[in-house]
Design a protein around this ligand. Sequence first.
Ligand code: ADP
Length: 159
Amino acid sequence: MKRAIYPGSFDPVTFGHMDMILRSAKIVDELIVAVLINSAKNSLFSIEERVSMLEEMTSGIPNVKVRSFEGLLIDFAKKMDASLIIRGLRAVTDFEYELQLAQTNRIVNAEVDTMFLITSLKYAYLSSTIVKEMASYGGDISQFVPEQLIERIYAKYKQ
Ligand code: ADP
């Protein structure tokens, strides 16, 4: 039984994340989408909102679960009995940080490996930051995030 963790901020979840989830869920037996509770990072959505958005978006994929976690990813992976961490690579700019992170994690726990999926070409440019930037100016975000989330994202900027 291969259980993997797909960690991130998901603030908010984009089509890029959904593509990663769908592809990863086909590779492993069970995928845990893990939302990082990061008090230092100023997030637009609360942890509860991010978890519930992801739960809504993944409810049709039977082998996907959504959890939140605090602290070290590698500790969370161990706690969940997961042997794999999945990360996405968009551009070379992602590479250096991801390499460091994956190597550090392997030093801490060699039983847990990191696997990278190369972004789908059509989402290569897409990040949560871009979505927030566009939404803050009232721009069209329908090509970036699932339809059900659009109003919730705009609402954050109307408050
Ligand atoms: P983090 O703050 O950990 O980078 P994100 O929520 O931004 O969290 O991203 C979570 C993961 O999803 C990361 O591995 C990131 O590289 C990947 N990811 C984000 N956007 C895309 C995309 N458009 N295509 C492929 N992978 C992506």
